[in-house]
Write a protein that binds this ligand. Sequence first.
Ligand code: FEO
Length: 398
Amino acid sequence: MGPLEIRAGIFWVGVNDRTTDLFEGLWPLPYGVSYNAYLVVGEKVALIDSVKSCYAEELLGNIAQVLDPARIDYLVVNHMEPDHSGALPLLGRVAADAEILAAPSALPMLTRFYGLTEQVRAVRDGETLDLGGKTLSFHHIPFVHWPETMATYERTERVLFSGDAFGGFRTLDGALFADEVDFGLYEGEALRYFSNIVGMQSQAVLRAIDKLQTLPLEVIAPAHGLIWRKDPRRIVELYRRWAQNEGEPGVALIFGSMYGETRRMAEAVAQGVREAGLPVSALDASRVHVSFLIQEAWRYQGLILGGPTYDTGIFPPVEQLLRLLERKRLRNRVVGLFGSYGWHGGAKKKLEEKVRELGWELVESLEFAGAPTPEDLRRGRALGRAVAERVAQGVRHA
Ligand code: FEO
């Protein structure tokens, strides 16, 4: 996709990445991801963010369709993670006179990642830069997602270049703006991006939202995914809700099963949730990548986990999910648990201990031996209903 003028004198010059399999070497990208870079053209020229290094030439080609890249006066680094800073070495050679502007804590990173020490300047929180016809201001928003992160605001067009904040996975398919696409196709990938990448820093996201909402906003232009020009508050409110760990009324039911017996229990539990009138997303933890499990655990208020006892403990894929949810600091979940065993239990007790450690509300748990009996399955349905009813109550009282 070539460059596009998103507001007078402001151009998207980013790229779509459809070939990286794993973002950060961890998270699958079945729908790709975009790296959004923006050219702000006044009498002077600033480039806001860049792209992953392997796309540096494509970025340069996009810039060249707007103006000679050697004319760039400022390279603004909102965020040092290499998906946004990887083209800096090439840009520095092409725009040899350009000054690199970044938050103070980015400066040692510029040296460590790229050996860049010359023509680098730290910008203060709230500092402004007159480009002649365009004015930028810089707003430090630490830990969204690294400590050096900042957002840049263009005052005449009221555009916020928000870095990782308000972004999402999925490429921009011929259209840049959220109002040009079916957002239903993008919302899940925005939540997966939030929960996988910045969810751990939810408190920092909330602080950033409070800080940035004092700016008069007409456009939010994040570093990944769709640009918001109509109703930019929509993505801000979604991010706020996700950062507050406010799940939707529904249940993520995530289970493992070795020979199908625990899966049969999971089916009964799902039925119970539906009987109580809530949506349920039932996912086999052995087969669905943990990235999507985290997304669904973040989406819904209710979380039901189940699995057979393995090596006297929690089934490994379910245990891995719990470890990551703990690391990402997911809070405020209403939980049900079910465990099974062949000769000796253990999974249920260890799941209960973990849920207590995490401070989640445990509604009910059960354990069964071997294949579930009709009575076991009846208890499973009741467990699904009980968790769903508790979720519905909590939502009504919120
Ligand atoms: Fe999109 Fe934290 O980098």
